[in-house]
Design a binder for this molecule. Sequence first.
Ligand SMILES: Nc1nc2c(c(=O)[nH]1)N(C=O)[C@@H](CNc1ccc(C(=O)N[C@@H](CCC(=O)O)C(=O)O)cc1)CN2
Ligand SMILES: Nc1nc2c(ncn2[C@@H]2O[C@H](COP(=O)(O)OP(=O)(O)OP(=O)(O)O)[C@@H](O)[C@H]2O)c(=O)[nH]1
Ligand SMILES: [Mg+2]
Length: 441
Amino acid sequence: MTSKDTIFALSSGALPSGVAVIRLSGPQSQETIAQLCGRVPLARHASLLPIRDRNGVMLDQGIVLYFPGPTSFTGEDCAELQIHGGRATVKAVLAALSDFEGLRSAEAGEFSRRAFLNGRMDLVEAEGLADLIVAETEMQRRLAAEQASGGLSVLYDSWSKRLTHARAMIEAELDFADEDDVPGSVAAAIWHDMSALEQEIINHLAEARTGEIVRDGLNVVIAGPPNAGKSSLLNHLAKRDVAIVTDVPGTTRDILSVDLDLSGFAVRLHDTAGLRETDDVVEREGIRRTHLSMAQAHLVLLLSEEPGADWPLLGDLSSRPVLRVGTKTDKADPSWPDGGADVMISVKSGEGIEDLISAIARYLPDLESGSALALPTRQRHIASLTTAREQIRRALEPDAEGLDIRAEYLRLAGQALGRVTGRVDVENLLDVIFSEFCIGK
Ligand SMILES: Nc1nc2c(c(=O)[nH]1)N(C=O)[C@@H](CNc1ccc(C(=O)N[C@@H](CCC(=O)O)C(=O)O)cc1)CN2
Ligand SMILES: Nc1nc2c(ncn2[C@@H]2O[C@H](COP(=O)(O)OP(=O)(O)OP(=O)(O)O)[C@@H](O)[C@H]2O)c(=O)[nH]1
Ligand SMILES: [Mg+2]
């Protein structure tokens, strides 16, 4: 399938840059390059060519590439203009491209979308590619790279195959059980495998939390009474003055978030409004938001200058894991009790900060270095995988209805899996039947 429009876009990053890459995809890619550059380079060979507008005015000299479909990134004819990355240069070349009839700017993700529609990659891979581009930490990169290169797709496809095979066996038993060349009760053997498959999906889904933490970061909420030093800690860990710090209790009202890289993992730190009874409407709204973010946290850092006194007051604040952090140790009399603090810190002296970071790191997933990260990451996948699991469970119920109904549950499970990779197919059911038995004799 080819799209009618030829699309183009600046595919490299922010300008100015040393070199800027403009990509084209669609039926007019070749003709556009011919007119713009005077000739079309040999397929997949870089050529240094002039780039001229329709009046023959030279805009730049660039490295030009032509990738004929279907063996291109999108599966369509593609081209690349690698030009000087000045704002005006890029603007002029993009304007020259707009002048061509039938060419238009690409929408967000449109190259990948075409690659998917042309069967160059599946949905999971396309999503992995999108994650790879925004990956900021080593773990995010590894997770996205595994997904973009088809690691997850292989797993999901193998599950789909098993479901299809099971259905084929049931179909065969239903349709041809009275014929000699189909072994009797062959379907019985597949229930064992379906039960194993259900368990594999359960195990995979059990890693969804890890996948989400790796992809979206560990959510760490800094909470505690006003003036405890929450914003000071955020600034200290972020190594910049993100939050306003004053000695006025109730300074922070909005939630401020900062992303940190902790041993290759993304950690999202949230500074919050100090918890106290107040009549100030704005501060009350801030405190309401503090409670909301605490409820969603993977970890709450409960800060207090007077640990022993505050914690009982703060009471059962969080249903989430909590680290009790005593603050401003530089001010405190060393003989004071720590009130059961997990860590004592001072942002002024730096004391205890490394201990705090180590304590937070203990809440990060324990992943083997170098191993493939085939984890579910997106709600979309998790929802469909859960549906698949539920349908398999139904098919396995001991008092389930007849074979035909149980086969239907397996079909629905396969459909749910197919929605994950974006290749819901039914055609290969017949292929499997014919390859396993000589029915068409
Ligand atoms: N200059 C440039 N660099 C780039 C990209 C690009 O589009 N342009 N990529 C964009 O994401 C990534 C590389 N990904 C790509 C994936 C497939 C094909 C491609 O043309 N595949 C054909 C032919 C493969 C071959 O040469 O053997 C194919 O698979 O049939 C190109 C780039 C990263 N670097
Ligand atoms: N000596 C000392 N002072 C600190 C330390 N940490 C914070 N402070 C001071 O404590 C005061 C309050 O700090 P903030 O970081 O604004 O406290 P907060 O918990 O964000 O307060 P609210 O936003 O009002 O809830 C400021 O005057 C800080 O300079 C510390 O480690 N040592
Ligand atoms: Mg604050």
